[in-house]
Each structure stands twice: as C-alpha cells, then as structure tokens.
Design a protein around this ligand. Structure first.
Ligand code: BGC
Ligand code: CA
Length: 308
C-alpha cells in the first residue's frame, strides 16, 4: 500500500524557480533560492517573516531578466555564511546583506563555466565539508554538463562529466552511498562513495522515473529518499531498497526540491516552480512557485556545512 499525503502552503513566495531549500538550524530559517532572478529567500516558520535579497546582481521581479545574476544553489558554512553556486561559478558571502543593503560577495577566481550555454543548478555541502554543485544546459540541445566540487581552499574539481542536467544529490549516513539525479537520465542513481574521502566509485540505477523528471532530493533519518518529480505534482519517498512507499500530492505540477526543516527537522519543505508556465497556466495553478510543507512522520537530518 502506498501512503498518500497532501501538503499545505507554507510560504506564498510566488517564485519563478524556487530551488535548493536548506534548513538553517542556527538562524532557524528555511532558506532557498529562486534561480533565474538570482534571489535568496529566508522564511521563519515561527514568526512567518519572509525575506529575500539578490546576492550577485540587482534585485528585481521574480522572472528571468537580462540584468539578473542567477543563483543555482547555496550552502551553509560553519561561520554562518553562504557558499554560492552563481550562474557560472562559485562565491562566498554572509547570510544577509549589510545594513546599507549591500551584499559583500567574494567570487572564487580561476574557474568559470560558459554561462551563454550552461548554468549552475542544484548543489549542497558534502559530509566532508566541501561543496558539490552541477550544471545544466540553458537549451534542450545544449552541451554535456558536469558535477563539480569546491573545497574550502577554493580549488574546483570536475567529479563527473557527461551529465545531461545535474540535479538532486545527497549522501547516506554511513557516507558509502551518493544519491544523484541527472534529470535527463530518467532516474536516480547511487554511486559507491569512499567514506573517508567522498571519491565516487561504481554507479548503479536506484529508481527509474517513468513519468515526470527526477529533480531535487533528500534522505530522511530512516535512510529513505524523498524525490521531487517535476511535472507530476508529486514528491515520492523510496525506501533504501528502492520501493515507492509514500506519495505527496501537490496542487501544482512542478515541485523542484525538498528538505526537512523546523527545530525538530520534522517538516518536509517542498519548493516549486512556475518556470515555463503560460499566464493561463499560472492563473489555473496560482500557487506554482510557492513553498509547501508536509509532516510525514519521519524527520530529516541536519544539513552538511561547508567548512570555510
Ligand atoms: C532546473 C529547471 C528544470 C527542472 C527539471 C531544475 O533543477 O533548475 O530548470 O526545468 O530541474 O528538469
Ligand atoms: Ca533542482
């Protein structure tokens, strides 16, 4: 029997492409990005306060804009700031703008991808304290992409090439399995992972997704995988053996990613997108781009932190 759950609207954020949610246990905020307009959002579930800022470009409407600097993903650092995957490379910065509204961003020199063809997409700090993020093509027929690792000393390494559209990623508690969604591959794979170094080994298919697009993902405290299936309106949970055991149905079609949050990590937050919807489709699904929440009964795990 597959358990069916629903989710409530947590934040009416009306994002274009909300992505990369992460619970910040120190600030006690849910943080996420709206990729194309280059916004970083914060939400306090206790007070209901919702903020946003643009770390790398001008702030502006939550639509793709020529003047925006897209942000693919953020990770939390041990110092309380962010590591960012900007459209074409990595950067560091504090968790909020200064009092005058300026955001002091430090770019990592010496590494750029070609932002005319590809951009950074999902990323996360790893259990080893570095930051892993991958790229995706702007267009269907764009070039092959890759998964990269940024170490705290600023060194960037290509971990995996030949990627179609780099998306969700997470590691098992024993650090021996790396779960990875290349959205163009039609499923989620598991790589053997060296628990001491994170080096990737043998790759195998974990689950095949026949309808929709495998997108963002997170493991829960039981080692089950929660997967946003873009295009289906569903978030699905798979047991460690790959069996589907829970489906969360949303009132919007494009869930993009998931993370557990709240002080007890019991709330599953779900980011969604209005990317590529027509005005009529947005009118029919007005909560596309909002953040949803569901309490499925199993908590999540605290986020990994970047150790710089
Ligand atoms: C990307 C979107 C894409 C979606 C489904 C997301 O991670 O940011 O641009 O449409 O995955 O492939
Ligand atoms: Ca994603």
């Amino acid at each position: 029997m597959i358990r069916q759950l629903s989710a409530d609207i947590a934040v009416q954020s009306q994002c274009y492409l909300a992505e990369g949610p992460v619970w910040d246990p120190v600030a006690r905020l849910l943080r996420w990005v709206d990729i194309n307009p280059g916004h970083v959002h914060g939400f306090n579930p206790v007070t209901g306060a919702h903020t946003r800022f643009a770390p790398a470009g001008p702030d502006g409407p939550a639509v793709p804009r020529a003047d925006a600097v897209p942000v693919g993903a953020i990770g939390l650092t041990i110092g309380g700031g962010f590591v960012l995957a900007l459209v074409d490379g990595f950067a560091f910065g504090p968790a909020q703008p200064d009092v005058s509204g300026d955001y002091p961003l430090t770019r990592v020199d010496g590494f750029r991808v070609d932002a005319s063809l590809i951009r950074f997409n999902d990323g996360k700090p790893s259990p080893w304290g570095d930051f892993w993020a991958g790229t995706m093509p702007w267009k269907e027929d764009g070039p092959a992409c890759a998964l990269y690792r940024l170490t705290p000393d600023g060194e960037v390494t290509e971990l995996l090439r030949g990627v179609g559209l780099s998306n969700g990623l997470d590691w098992s508690d024993d650090r021996r399995s790396f779960y990875y969604a290349d959205s163009r591959s039609g499923g989620v794979d598991i790589f053997a992972s060296d628990p001491a170094t994170g080096a990737l080994g043998e790759r195998r298919r974990f689950v095949t997704v026949e309808d929709g697009i495998p997108d963002g993902l997170t493991l829960d405290a039981d080692g089950c995988l929660w997967l946003a299936v873009f295009g289906t309106g569903e978030v699905r949970r798979y047991t460690p053996s790959g069996d589907l055991d829970t489906v969360i149905r949303l009132p919007v079609d494009q869930p993009t990613s998931v993370t557990f949050g709240g002080d007890d990590l019991s709330t599953l937050y779900i980011t969604t997108a209005r990317e590529n919807l027509t005005p009529a489709e947005v009118a029919a699904k007005p909560h596309a781009g909002d953040i949803f929440a569901c309490t499925p009964g199993t908590p999540g795990r605290p986020p990994n932190l970047f150790t710089a």
